[in-house]
Design a protein around this ligand. Structure first.
Ligand code: AMP
Ligand code: GLY
Length: 437
């Protein structure tokens, strides 16, 4: 089988690494890939993730059997529709289904129709009316740009002033361009967050184990929001026993709605959950693997990922065809100091071999490239150092021990990835959760 993976992050490196383990996979191409994907025996091809014409041409030229888009952008642009026209299997939802991530207003409407528990909200395309609403309901309030804003279009406003400022930035200053044509104003929810992902074949949904991301840049969930500073799986706040019920509550009703609309959802559907004292609420949907959640999740996946993805595309997903290691996986993201704001590039990275010599450790590359035979950083998130351990404390210890082997000038990472889960295991959670509810 010949595969094309689209993307250039740690998630895509993990996808390539796992797909490479499939005995049926002969060749893997990555568009555009990074300094790690080419080390997995894959071929990087310099095609951008949003250049649909070039991606289709590449898939045709290389006689690709399965296309695996990593990020949301090609999906919302309709890569699945385009590959389908070309007769090429593509693991993901069509452009209609991808609107679950591409438009928060659309996601809210589907959730309403499907009866999925979520925060109360109001949608506005007029800034004056949005301001009026803030005056009526007051703070706290969550302000979201409707469209894709690279994770930056959400403001949790503690005061009306902050809420009004966010509305101005999104709608008047157009900080996120057309993504701010509409805003979603939402009730602020309190609880612990968890990432819940399912493989979907249009009709069936099979849960992956839970994971937890760390979106804030600094320890203690402080600092600006990032793409994700680390993740682990399973997350004690959402146990294996709760997964089927969670799929019934948050994923399967959505699959039924989309199938009813004539657009059965294929791919990974990811519900960002807030586990509140009143039960789980969906904060958002993503229509792909999360980055960095993908790295620990795939470190635990047992089975032939290429086959699972093909089964999804062909509508024949078999829950018995794959499983998950009982061990815990934890990944810590090494960033260039300053990320997500200004940060240096071209930093020399050493020590990956020594890190990977430790048992259960795999280093996934995000923003790396090879310059004159040297591995250097090319992005804000540089590596995701991932380790398996018998339990969460062991996985955390192993990942941080591996990080110590790696050196990069101006490197930065959080030192508390997994602490929240460990606190919950030891019965000292800081936030109310839905455990046991
Ligand atoms: P989203 O892109 O919708 O997941 O939002 C990004 C982040 O904003 C989430 O991971 C939460 O930390 C926070 N957030 C989003 N919606 C809410 C909400 N209704 N209440 C509290 N926090 C929220
Ligand atoms: N880690 C969150 C995301 O991929 O959206």
């Amino acid at each position: 089988m010949r595969i094309l993976v689209i993307g250039s992050g740690g998630r895509e490196h993990a996808l390539v690494w796992k797909l490479r383990q499939s005995p049926r996979v002969s060749d893997i191409f990555v568009a555009p890939g990074n300094g790690g994907t080419c080390g997995e025996g894959a071929t990087n091809v310099p095609v951008a993730v949003d250049d649909l014409d070039a991606l289709v041409a590449l898939a045709r030229r290389e006689k690709i059997d399965l296309v695996v888009p990593g990020p949301e952008l090609p999906l919302t642009l309709g890569i699945v529709d385009r590959m389908r026209e070309a007769g090429i299997a593509c693991f993901g939802p069509d452009a209609y289904g991808a609107r679950l991530e591409g438009s928060k207003a659309f996601a809210k409407e589907i959730m309403r129709r499907a009866g999925v528990p979520t925060a109360r909200c109001a949608v506005f395309s007029d800034a004056a009316m949005a301001r009026q609403y803030v005056a009526e309901v007051g703070a706290p309030l969550v302000i979201k740009a409707d469209g894709l804003a690279a994770g930056k279009g959400v403001v949790v406003a503690e005061s009306s002033r902050e809420a009004l400022q966010a509305i101005s930035e999104i709608m008047d200053d157009r900080a996120f361009g057309a993504a701010g044509d509409r805003v979603v104003l939402e009730e602020r929810l309190v609880g612990e967050e968890a990432s819940f992902l399912c493989f979907c074949d249009g009709e069936r949904a099979v849960p992956l184990p839970s994971a937890q991301d760390h979106k804030a840049a600094w320890d203690g969930d402080k600092g600006p929001n990032t793409g994700g500073m680390g993740a682990y799986s399973p997350a004690p706040v959402l146990s294996d026993e709760q997964l089927e019920r969670m799929a019934d509550l948050t994923i399967r009703p959505v699959l039924r709605e989309l199938a009813g609309d004539g657009h059965p959802f294929v791919g990974v559907l990811y519900a960002g959950l807030m586990l509140t004292a009143d039960g789980p609420r969906v904060l958002e949907y993503n229509v792909r693997f999360g980055d960095p959640e993908c790295q620990p999740l795939l470190a635990r996946l047992e089975g032939d990922l290429a086959q699972v993805m093909l089964d999804c595309v062909n509508g024949g997903l078999n829950p018995a065809s794959f499983g998950h290691s009982a061990r815990t996986a934890l990944g810590v993201v090494l960033t260039a100091r300053g990320y997500p704001r200004e940060y240096p590039k071209g930093l020399t990275i050493t020590g990956i071999e020594a890190a990977e010599a430790l048992p259960g450790v795999k280093v996934f590359h995000s923003g790396t490239t090879i310059r004159e035979q040297t591995l250097v950083s090319s992005g804000g998130r540089v590596l995701c150092v991932t380790a398996l351990g018998d339990d969460l404390p062991a996985a955390q210890k192993a990942a941080y021990a591996a990080l110590e082997k790696i050196s990069m000038p101006d490197g930065f990472y959080r030192t508390d990835i997994g602490d929240k889960g460990i606190r919950r295991l030891t019965g000292r959670p800081e936030t109310p959760g839905a455990a046991g509810k």
